[in-house]
Design a protein around this ligand. Structure first.
Ligand SMILES: Cc1ncc(C[n+]2csc(CCOP(=O)(O)OP(=O)(O)O)c2C)c(N)n1
Ligand SMILES: CC(=O)[C@@H](O)[C@H](O)COP(=O)(O)O
Ligand SMILES: [Mg+2]
Length: 628
């Protein structure tokens, strides 16, 4: 066993080249075995075993900066930098992070989780090196999916202009999470398999030999330095035109060839692209056969590849996807737009049913938003299906192109709230705060999956401007689903439990938490009203005024940033209405980034619990009432 002797990259460098291949096999076995228990991004990491070995074998992390785009494919890097023993805690509470994490290791020089940031960060580190007289390498590892992100293209433009020494290793496996899309992906595909490319090489060789006098010598020289000649015929002309020296495409599982190519690229004193062809999921047949499904795996049985999915009612995502198909049948205006998350957003069925009304635009949240604005401007009903956290990328497009222009775009915001194992880079805890402050937008959150369906109908019937419904990454409550869907009057809340001593204004998944607290308080003689605050904007102002008239304490409860969130909106309302003296307690996500773990552990860490609500209400309700 070679792997057990690898604690740091220095241990790796002591191996012979011949030992790297058996080591790669051991690493794959380690990944498949460990992730069968913890789950995680198996397919991406199986695809970069040789590549990560080559980088750590040839270059000197952490002096040389390895920057992983997204960072979901950094498990091998973590194994080689002293963290193998912690893989049993991968993505667990207080355990190993599933992405690169500076606090975990000096080798983790750049954190991500969101895609397409590596090239910009690499440029920053290259300039910092040059301004401080450094000589270290800066190496970004970016996937073909991440390359479709706008930030990556902005960075390529800058890097090519500055001409500083910087290596971009393009890990091209033809996959984003789903199969990669777009003209850039098609271009890469052509390079990978382009007969013309191979033909062009022969033609150029033939041409060179025909050049009088020197041709023969030149061709012979070319033959002698076959490798560099091979790079003379540049398939990566697009990169070359942007100022990069292009190397590749090279087999990303052939360690010898990888080393040779990386060594060549390292000699260039300017920006280079090394185009590496890999197979996502390599070495584990189930993942190779379906790298979309195995991009992010839950625990599984190794032999059968059967994932141990959580049982229970359908996820909110599934209900969204099936309801959208129902609505699209009735309303031809509906088109669905996703920035590279067709599967995760529950749109696989919709894409099958309505292929010409489904648009996967790549990892391009900004473009997706303004693309929807254009669709709406021409009378269609675009449904922007997006994870809350990734929608952060499109903030200006939402403000400037959609809300200001008051265009009828529908936002289907998934992963709203804590997401569990993906942790701080993926929680959807900011959209309440950043959406509610934008004029013209309506923001809703359902109490259960049945109300989600009615909200989707509400949004379909609403043509006044932008409207959003948000839902969490959890199973529904298992409530019956109404056949007939009716629009909910905009701005109306719902009392789900009567009570006269206090009121809890709860949003979405916080309603069960509020009900649990109310039941417990009832046993102490404190009757607490629970309100389904299903419209975050506009709020139910009549109900807010009524609460003031009743002069009862109010607790707001949301799985979102307390700062600027729904509770802040309630405080603002009373202030703006010059209603003073209200006893109001805002309960939400505190002002720090909550790390990975289970959603339950995250609730407990920040106090989104019935116990917390009970404590706060007891502090607010006068003791005399409790005696009654
Ligand atoms: C801004 C943003 N949008 C979407 C995602 C979701 N996401 C995570 S990995 C991934 C695909 C990345 O593809 P690629 O870069 O080719 O890496 P691979 O998984 O193929 O190794 C996507 C879309 C994200 N992390 N960040
Ligand atoms: C790395 C990344 O951003 C995605 O793979 C993300 O982890 C998917 O999240 P879900 O598992 O919630 O679809
Ligand atoms: Mg890819």
């Amino acid at each position: 066993m070679l792997l057990e002797h690898i604690q740091q990259p220095e241990d790796l460098k002591r191996l012979t080249l011949e030992q790297l291949e058996p080591l790669a096999a051991e690493i794959r076995q380690f990944l498949v075995e460990n992730l069968s228990v913890t789950g995680g991004h198996l397919a991406p990491n199986l695809g970069v075993v040789e590549l990560t070995l080559a980088l750590h074998y040839l270059f000197d992390s952490p002096q040389d900066k390895f920057i992983f785009d997204v960072g979901h494919q950094s498990y091998v890097h973590k194994m080689l930098t002293g963290r193998m023993g912690k893989f049993n805690t991968l993505r667990k509470y207080k355990g190993l992070c599933g992405f690169v994490k500076r606090s975990e290791s000096e080798h983790d020089v750049w954190e991500a989780g969101h895609s397409s940031t590596s090239l910009s960060a690499a440029m920053g580190m290259a300039v910092a090196r040059d301004l401080s007289g450094g000589s270290n390498r800066v190496i970004a590892l970016i996937g073909d999916g991440a390359l479709t992100g706008g930030m990556a293209l902005e960075a390529l433009n800058h890097i090519g202009h500055e001409q500083r020494k910087l290596m971009v290793v393009l890990n091209d496996n033809e996959m984003s999470i789903a199969p990669n899309v777009g003209a850039l992906s098609n271009y890469l595909a052509r390079i990978r398999s382009d007969r013309h490319y191979v033909k062009a090489k022969e033609e150029v060789e033939h041409l060179i030999k025909k050049i009088p006098a020197i041709g023969g010598t030149l061709a012979k020289t070319a033959e002698r330095v076959k490798d560099s000649f091979k790079y003379l015929v540049v398939p990566g002309v697009w990169f070359e035109e942007l100022g990069f020296t292009y190397f590749g495409p090279v087999d990303g599982h052939n360690i010898q060839l990888l080393m040779e190519t990386l060594r060549q690229a390292d000699k260039v004193n300017g920006p280079v692209v090394v185009h590496v062809i890999t197979r996502k999921g390599k070495g584990y047949s189930h993942a190779e056969a379906d790298s979309h499904k195995w991009h992010g795996a839950s625990a599984y049985k190794i032999e059968s590849g059967q994932m141990l999915k959580s049982v229970g009612p359908p996820m909110y995502t599934e209900v969204f996807g099936s309801t959208l198909i129902e609505l699209a049948k009735q309303d031809k205006r509906i088109v669905a737009v996703t920035p590279a998350m067709p599967g995760g957003s529950g749109l696989t069925g919709f894409a099958k049913a309505y292929p010409d009304r489904m648009f996967d635009v790549g990892i391009a949240e900004q473009h997706a938003a303004t693309f929807c604005a254009g669709l709406a401007a021409e009378g269609l009903k675009p449904i922007y299906a997006v994870y809350s956290t990734f929608m952060q990328r499109a903030y200006d497009q939402i403000v400037h192109d959609i809300c200001r222009a008051n265009l009828n775009v529908t936002f289907a915001i998934d992963r709203a709230g804590f997401v569990g194992p993906d942790g701080e880079t993926h929680h959807g805890v900011f959209d309440i705060a950043y959406l509610r402050s934008i004029p013209n937008i309506v923001v809703m959150m359902p109490k259960d999956e049945n109300e989600l369906r009615h909200m989707m109908k509400t949004a379909l019937d609403y043509n006044e401007g932008p409207i959003a419904y948000r839902y969490p990454r959890i199973n529904g409550l298992g409530v019956p689903l109404d056949e007939t869907l009716e629009a909910i009057p905009i701005g109306t809340w719902e009392v789900v439990r009567p009570g006269a001593d206090a009121a809890i204004l709860a949003v979405g998944p916080m309603i069960p938490v509020a009900l649990e607290a109310a039941e417990a308080l009832a046993k102490e003689g404190v009757q607490v009203r629970v309100v389904n605050a299903r419209f975050i904007k506009p709020m139910d102002e009549a109900m807010l005024v009524q609460l003031a008239k009743e002069d009862i304490p109010v607790v707001t409860l949301e799985e979102g940033a307390a700062m600027g969130g729904f509770g802040s909106g309630v405080l603002e309302f009373y202030s703006l209405q010059s209603i003073y003296g209200m006893r109001i307690k805002v309960i939400g996500v505190p002002d720090y980034f909550v790390e990975h773990g289970s959603v339950k552990e995250q609730y407990e860490e920040v106090g989104l619990t019935a116990e917390r609500v009970i404590t706060d209400i007891n502090a607010l309700v006068p003791r005399r009432r409790q005696r009654a």
